[in-house]
Design a protein around this ligand. Structure first.
Ligand code: FAD
Ligand code: NDP
Length: 512
């Protein structure tokens, strides 16, 4: 044993003991060890345990730069989808209160919003989810350790508690599902010192006040949207385009609606520095990328929403030879989520090229667990993954954007059916419907297979989810025409769409 451990001087005796015991007996303590108890890791470990595997999951949260901490469940539960959707709902209720008066509700006195009441309620809900996850792991006989994991070899993980206590664990298979964390820009003085990220916004005890949101993708637009909806002064700083990678006609409708709703946009603007004034206000200096002119304004908060970095640095990947993409820091994975090292798998937000979405992480994790348990061979299908941007006017989509469809099939090979529709609930409330729009992108020839579906309007997630099934089943325009609508809904407008963009006809839906 001593001879074998020689040269591995950085390992403790106990590490060597576990590794050698395994080498000599061929036995591991666990069938599956999952590092990361977020959307993907929890789904994978619970599924594996249900299939009779002996499973352990490690989850550990490093506090944010600002010191925000949270419990078990990962990004979605604590600092992502769940608190975000609840703050979005809070904002929608504010709009509903305004609509309500048009519907005859007497709302006496000025309506105002109290951040701390909302935050307390949402944080309590999140804590109940943390607890629920713990109970589920216990019920399903998954061992859970609140410890940070890193690889020692292809079957061995070192786990460390907050207090620094170490233990070594061995498993036949290791799954890495450590997700990502928000990035701070590196070259902007004051950015990290004075700014917050999505890791903090949902856990603030008091309102962020007048807020500058830097970035123009999902996190930025959703955050600026709910802040505006809560009555705060919110500005989005866009360096290039909004919602890169999404259909740009739809992105335009989303930002047009937000501007009309009260969100400010600083287009073509690059932040340069953030200074804290003696008043406590944050002075942001930025450059107009078109004119080069420098501008300044003061804010109470600056929220960086400039993308996320994968949590791969502390995993000891280099020790074991797990290949990463040096540019993105993400783990290179094959279609079965395997990495360059046998017995080590990775998926979810740390997988190179994978969508950064909870449902894909969950489904990929379950399928991986089944394959590892020898109970199936189905691979995750990453095509036609639907998604929704929860901006004040929600945007749901599935399949190709119009740009992608044209690139793939040529302008002549694509037929786009579209409609500007009027949600019934907007009529009495006299709300502007200019940006309520849908389009169905089809192959022009053969059977007009649907390539993509895009919808801006109320409940876009609910609308898009059902149609995603259609795309998964290879639906054609003819299938859509044969689908009977549910009246009166916004979703029925998708089944009725009949004006092609090519025709140049007015696509405004009239009548009920
Ligand atoms: P995570 O959920 O991030 O879980 C990883 C876990 O591993 C974390 O708990 C982390 O602390 C832990 N960990 C990291 N390193 C270690 C280690 N060395 N040892 C032990 N534990 C470790 N997706 C949607 O589908 N819909 C939405 O509406 C949506 N909204 C979002 C809103 C925001 C603001 C953000 C930031 C994201 C949102 N997402 C949304 C994306 C979604 O949250 C992620 O795609 C999803 O959580 C990824 O799951 P995961 O399992 O890969 O990682
Ligand atoms: P993204 O990587 O999608 O977008 C980053 C944004 O920040 C882009 O607009 C980018 O502009 C801009 N940016 C980057 N660096 C700078 C800089 N230095 N200065 C100014 N702007 C900058 O990140 P997000 O954090 O928005 O989202 C991460 C992922 O989380 C998403 O891809 C999504 O999968 C998931 N998510 C899902 C949600 C949902 O399902 N509803 C909600 C929220 C997140 P440019 O285009 O010029 O590069």
């Amino acid at each position: 044993m001593a001879a074998l451990c020689r040269g591995r001087h950085r390992w403790k005796k106990t590490d060597c003991f576990h590794i050698l015991t395994r080498a000599l007996t061929g036995k591991h303590e666990y069938d599956l060890l999952v590092v990361g108890g977020g959307s993907g890791g929890l789904a994978c470990s619970k599924e594996a345990a249900q299939l009779g595997q002996k499973v352990i999951v490690l989850d550990y949260v490093e506090p944010s730069v600002k010191g925000t901490k949270w419990g078990l469940g990962g990004t979605c539960v604590n600092v992502g989808c769940i608190p975000k959707k609840l703050m979005h709902q809070t904002a929608l209720l504010g709009t509903a209160v305004k609509d309500a008066q048009k519907y005859g509700w007497n709302i006496s006195g000025p309506v105002s919003h109290d951040w701390s009441t909302m935050a307390d309620a949402i944080q309590n809900h999140v804590r109940s989810l943390n607890w629920g996850h713990r109970v589920q792991l216990q019920d399903k006989k998954v061992k859970y350790l609140n410890m940070k994991g890193s690889l020692l070899d292809e079957h061995t993980v070192k786990a460390v508690t907050k207090a620094g206590k170490e233990t070594t664990l061995t498993a036949k298979n290791i799954v890495l599902a450590t997700g990502g964390r928000p990035r701070y820009p590196t070259n902007i003085p004051g950015a990290m010192e004075h700014g917050i990220t999505s890791d903090d916004i949902f856990w603030l005890k008091k309102s962020p006040g007048k807020t500058l949101v830097v970035g123009a993708s999902y996190v930025a637009l959703e955050s600026a949207g709910f802040l505006t909806g809560l009555g705060l002064d919110a500005t989005v700083m866009v360096r290039s385009i909004a919602l890169r990678g999404f259909d740009q006609q739809m992105a335009g409708l989303v930002t047009d609606y937000m501007e009309a709703y009260g969100t400010r946009f600083a287009w073509n603007s690059l932040p340069k520095r953030v200074d804290k004034l003696s008043s406590g206000a944050l002075q942001v200096t930025w450059v107009d990328t078109q004119t080069g002119a420098e501008q300044k304004d003061t804010f109470d908060s600056v929220l960086w929403a400039v993308g996320r970095a994968p949590e791969t640095k502390a995993l000891g990947l280099d020790k074991v030879g797990v290949q990463i993409n040096e540019q993105t820091g993400k783990i290179v994975v094959r279609e079965d989520e395997s990495t360059s090292v046998p017995n080590i798998y990775a998926f979810g937000d740390i997988g190179e090229g994978r969508p950064e979405l909870t449902p894909t992480a969950i489904q990929a994790g379950k399928l991986l667990a089944r394959r590892l348990a020898g109970q199936g061979d189905e691979l995750m299908n990453y095509d036609n993954v639907p998604t929704t941007v929860f901006t004040p006017l929600e945007y749901g989509c599935v399949g190709l954007s119009e740009e992608e469809a044209v690139r793939k099939f040529s302008k002549d090979g694509v037929e786009v059916y579209h409609a500007f529709f009027k949600p019934l609930e907007f009529t009495v409330a006299e709300r502007d419907v200019s940006q309520c729009y849908l389009k169905v992108i089809c192959e022009r020839h053969r059977d007009q297979k649907i390539l993509g579906l895009h919808f801006t309007g109320p409940n876009a997630g609910e609308v898009t989810q059902g149609f995603a099934l259609g795309l998964q089943c290879g639906a054609t325009y003819s299938h859509l025409q044969k689908t009977v609508g549910i009246h009166p809904t916004c979703a029925e407008e998708v089944t009725k769409v009949n004006i092609t963009k090519r025709s140049g006809l007015d696509a405004t839906v009239t009548g009920c």
